[in-house]
Design a protein around this ligand. Structure first.
Ligand code: HNI
Length: 143
């Protein structure tokens, strides 16, 4: 399931299109995740407001997409590139790795809404593989 050179090129090219809208996509993906998978809200119970459009959801959407931008930049070494973030999520935040799949799914759904023409089956496949590898790297420190 590792990324081929072709996958990497597809992900980089697609990310270049997505990046200008990263904040909005991050916000929408989080809002959708909280609505459809309300169990994910438990990690954010310290926020004053988890509703769509709220400042914390917007800010956090930016952060998550910033993390993904770093992952794209480190696509040849996702484990190294995501090490600090992985440790934070494993040891401090204690996020159950099952949630990475849930967030990835919501990001893909939002990307499909914003980029119906660009997210061809080929791009979908490579980007989904990328997200799965990001999830793997994010979960690395649990073991
Ligand atoms: Ni995640 C904080 C990136 C998945 C719960 N997360 C961050 C930060 C980044 C980030 C960046 C900010 C770190 C900092 O302040 O130094 N998170 C990512 C990425 C993914 C991801 C790239 C996967 C693609 N995080 C998840 C998932 C959950 C999650 C699936 C739980 C459902 N993250 C958190 C929580 C915080 C967090 C909780 C702290 C939020 C806060 O500020 O209070």
């Amino acid at each position: 399931m590792s990324l081929s050179d072709k996958d990497k090129n597809i992900v980089k090219a697609f990310w270049a299109k997505v990046a200008p809208n990263a904040d909005v996509i991050g916000h929408d993906a989080l809002s959708r995740m909280f609505a459809v998978y309300p169990q994910t809200k438990t990690y954010f119970s310290h926020w004053p407001d988890l509703s769509p459009g709220s400042a914390p959801v917007k800010n956090h959407g930016k952060k998550v997409m910033g993390g993904l931008a770093d992952a794209v930049a480190n696509i040849d070494d996702l484990f190294g590139g995501l090490l600090t973030l992985s440790e934070l999520h494993a040891f401090q935040l204690r996020v159950d790795p099952a949630n990475y799949k849930i967030l990835s799914h919501n990001i893909l759904v939002v990307l499909a809404i914003y980029y119906p023409d660009e997210l061809t089956p080929e791009v979908h496949l490579s980007f989904e593989k990328f997200l799965a590898n990001v999830a793997l790297a994010m979960s690395d420190k649990y073991r």
